[in-house]
Structures are given as structure tokens and as C-alpha cells.
Design a protein around this ligand. Structure first.
Ligand SMILES: [Zn+2]
Length: 316
């Protein structure tokens, strides 16, 4: 009995401490921005203190650019701790953080692209030289824009940096940001990373500099848009000529993720019919791949003995 009374006492003490902590923190946010909606805080009475603060933090994002470093850190802390959007599969050492299966037929996913005062920015507008979709037998999951080394790369929306590191799978120095609208954007082949995992970043802020790191033939930005870790064509969000948002709310459908399905990936694999006099080396060169990869994907037992008319599967 006395143990029960003691544990109730500890529990009450904990709640009191949490409430004091919460008021002090909420007040601090309020002092900084004068925009905290205390009604929202009161309405969410049964939620945990951190969850309330995470919700409150979301309200602050209209004033993202005005926040000082201390406030940013505080808000990022609450988001990562209590906002499910920023805690589900929060991989800081992997470029891709997939959640569930590829969105299927039953999914119609509304994505709010324009939130309050927030403005969309493309990573770094430039000459687009490769789009989203099949390329050399595999799926190119983003847009390639020609840039100069050292050009500033900016965040597309407000959000929290999930990954900022070197990826040896081909992206090189790469930043991935998770946004409040549920999307992630990816910026690859950078020469310099200027943010760290866990940083709160605002739309239009510089996150790194353009470069040629990873699998890259020249200085360019490789930019991706992803939902639950699955890529879709960024041009569903913005126009190809001026990089302006196409709509306030984008509704993603299952077909937008076709190139993430097995069928879509298979559809990208090029088929080549061997002609008289052709060698594997020449075929590999034609499709920007290697003899080794052609041998592997086709399980060729005797690579030096190609048949005229034989069909080869080509994947870079
Ligand atoms: Zn690319």
C-alpha cells in the first residue's frame, strides 16, 4: 500500500515538473515569435507535453526564416521526439528510408505544396538535361540540372534534415530533407554539405554547394522528390520551364509510383538484338554499361560466343 502511495507521489511530481517545463518552453517560443496559438495547446490537453510542443512548433514554421539558432534547435528537438512524421523510419545513415510498400491502388495521397507563407524553391534552377524515368536500362529517379561547382543549393520547403553525408551508392555528398507536407527532397553530387542531420531548415536556405561527387560525369544537381521513400516525377509538383509550383495541393496516385514497382523497373530494361560482327564490348559501350554487367544480368555462360539474333537484357 505504502509503495503505491509513493509511486503516485512520484508520478504527480513528474507531471508537475513536465507542466512547469512545458510552460517555460512554450513561453520561450512565444517570446521569440509571438505567434503561439495557446488555444491549440489547451485543446490538446490529453497529449504529452512534447507532443503539444511539437504541434506548436509546426505552427511556427510560417516564420521559419526569423528563428534564431537556439529556437530552431528547440523546435527540431520536439519534432524529432514527438511528431510521428519526423520519427517514423528516421534513418540518418541511409539515403533511403522507405515506409511500407509502394503506394497501391487504394491510395490517393493529398500533399499540401503551399502552406501559409512558405514559398517553394527549386534546389538550383539551371539547364535541365535529364528528366525522371527510364535511362540506360534503369530508372533515373530524379532531375539532373547543369550547374557550376560551388553554386548554392537551397531547400525546397521547410523541414528537418534527415541525411547529410557521403553516399557511396552513387549520390556522393548528399542531403535529404523531410518536409511538413510529408515529402522528402534529395540533393546529390554536392561538393560541400552545409547542414547536418537534425537541423531545421527553411525553404530557400542554402544547404550545400554544387559539385561532381559520386557517380557523376560533370557538375550537376540530381534532385528527387519522394513520398514514404518512393520516388515520383518532381514535375508533378512544379513546371519544367520556370520551376514554379503547379498547384497548392498535389494528389499522388498509385500510377505516379510505377517506376518503383517491379513491373516498372523491368519495363526500363533495354532489350538488344545482337547483329553480325557485334562484340559485347561494343554493345556495353553503346549502352553506357560494362561487359561484366551484361554477362551477369543475362547469365551468359560463354560471353565470347554471341549468337546473331540473340536478345540481351541491358541494364546500367
Ligand atoms: Zn541524376
Amino acid at each position: 500500500m505504502s509503495r503505491n502511495i509513493k509511486s503516485v507521489g512520484v508520478c504527480i511530481k513528474f507531471i508537475v515538473l513536465q507542466i512547469v517545463f512545458f510552460h517555460a518552453s512554450a513561453q520561450k517560443i512565444s517570446n521569440n515569435l509571438d505567434t503561439v496559438d495557446m488555444n491549440l495547446v489547451i485543446q490538446t490537453g490529453s497529449d504529452s507535453v512534447h507532443f503539444i510542443l511539437a504541434k506548436t512548433a509546426r505552427l511556427q514554421m510560417n516564420d521559419c526564416g526569423k528563428m534564431n539558432l537556439g529556437l530552431r534547435k528547440q523546435i527540431a528537438y520536439y519534432l524529432l521526439e514527438s511528431d510521428s512524421l519526423f520519427s517514423r523510419n528516421w534513418e540518418t545513415e541511409k539515403v533511403h528510408a522507405r515506409i511500407g510498400a509502394v503506394p497501391s491502388d487504394s491510395h490517393n495521397i493529398p500533399i499540401i505544396l503551399r502552406m501559409g507563407e512558405e514559398e517553394f524553391h527549386y534546389g538550383c534552377p539551371g539547364e535541365l538535361y535529364w528528366g525522371y524515368g527510364p535511362r540506360w536500362g534503369r530508372i533515373h529517379r530524379g532531375l539532373d540540372t547543369k550547374l557550376d561547382i560551388g553554386d548554392s543549393i537551397v531547400a525546397s520547403f521547410n523541414g528537418v534534415v534527415r541525411f547529410s553525408s557521403y553516399d557511396d551508392g552513387g549520390y556522393g555528398k548528399c542531403v535529404v530533407i523531410r518536409h511538413f507536407n510529408g515529402l522528402e527532397t534529395l540533393y546529390a553530387h554536392l561538393s560541400k554539405l552545409m547542414v547536418s542531420s537534425g537541423d531545421l531548415v527553411c525553404s530557400g536556405e542554402v544547404i550545400g554547394l554544387a559539385g561532381v561527387t559520386g557517380r557523376s560525369n560533370g557538375p550537376h544537381l540530381h534532385f528527387e522528390t519522394r513520398y514514404n521513400g518512393y520516388s515520383f516525377n518532381p514535375f508533378l509538383c512544379f513546371t519544367e520551364d520556370s520551376f514554379k509550383l503547379k498547384c497548392d495541393t498535389l494528389v499522388l496516385k498509385s500510377q505516379d509510383f510505377y517506376y518503383e514497382t517491379e513491373q516498372g523497373i523491368e519495363s526500363a530494361i533495354t532489350k538488344h538484338k545482337v547483329k553480325t560482327g557485334e562484340t559485347l564490348t561494343a554493345i556495353a559501350k553503346k549502352y553506357h554499361t560494362s561487359v561484366k554487367k551484361i554477362v551477369a544480368i543475362n547469365r551468359l555462360k560463354n560471353p565470347n560466343n554471341l549468337r546473331v539474333g540473340q536478345t540481351l537484357r541491358i541494364k546500367k
